[in-house]
Design a binder for this molecule. Sequence first.
Ligand code: AMP
Length: 397
Amino acid sequence: MSRTILTLNAGSSSIKFALYDMATEGSRRQLSHGEVEGIGSEPHFIAKDAAGATLTEHHWPAGAKLDHEALLTPLLAWITAHLGEESLAAVGHRVVHGGERWDRPVRLTPAVIADLTRLTPLAPLHQPHNLAAVQAVARLRPRLPQVACFDTAFHHDMAPTVSRLALPRKFADEGMRRYGFHGLSYEYIAGQLREQAPALAAGRVIAAHLGNGASLCAMHDGCSVDTTMGFTALDGLMMGTRCGNLDPGAVLYLLQQHGLNASEVEHVLYNESGLLGVSGISNDMRTLLNSSDPHAYEAIDLFVFRIAREIGALASSLGGLDGLVFSAGIGEHSAPIRAAVCARLIWLGIECDGDANARNAAVISTPSSRVQVRVIPTDEEAMIATHTMNLLYSVPA
Ligand code: AMP
């Protein structure tokens, strides 16, 4: 039986994929990864091997208007050519929203897809793209099993006090609550931490997923207790282009005093704010760290301040703190940002080891630090492949 799993992470401007060989129980070997990028402008498909060497590429003409079926055709054709017609066991999708109902991965059937489509108003910028990829694969390979893995699922069991919004109850009845996102990343980090430091994993840990999207998750014994993203993935930390938490009165001001309509405000909050908005230069942390422009410094300083402030808040949710884990693009690679966050948290018992931090070591706190600080590279695709395999092929005990 084939044990090759394709993972898809379909967004508005790109579809990221990875291909895994799950041949033996519990093992996972990445065969390839890549993306269809430039959707809507200059679409380009590229597949690389695990070491990063290009395996195949396909360019479409600039401005080509392509649906997901057209965009996924070269990828599926390449997989078939490489591995044979019956090669692929299943496709696992990252689906941003599972709502109240879906608290674990689920096999995609027409009824499940209809239910997930109903959640589109809760994640209008992500859910339609995730589901368009599902529909496209269903048309191109109707017999191929598909599985949805949700960004919200890891946070599903947060206590009502944590998930409730202080709005009139009638809105809660239609699903307005704090859901939390980046759940696949946090689940992977929790699993890695259990392997690397089991005693710490059983304690009170804050994981910091600091990429272009950024959030924190407070975990107790590997379960999500609180998180900074809420009803949408706009809440919480300042991000590459998203504002993070914001006085709702500021939204009213933009609507009423600037006369912006709802979609213009949406664009400001999702695409023009965060590191890009404050610096006026870039959403890319590397660019800002290399810039001598004072606005770049202000953007970085605000980014760090907000992380430290939210870590303080989540430490309160946990009733103390035993561990802090940095992850994702900035968290895994940027020693200066980690050092600056830790420096603001000395009061919490965090002592950063400068040498270990500069080396991106697995443990970057000093031996005497009351809170252990670690760096754990995240891998959402590996999590999706594992869930997909387990859901479809594990034999119940
Ligand atoms: P991600 O969304 O996880 O891919 O993370 C993207 C972010 O990570 C961007 O802001 C990048 O600038 C940042 N990043 C990646 N590598 C580094 C690095 N070596 N130093 C600082 N930031 C980095």
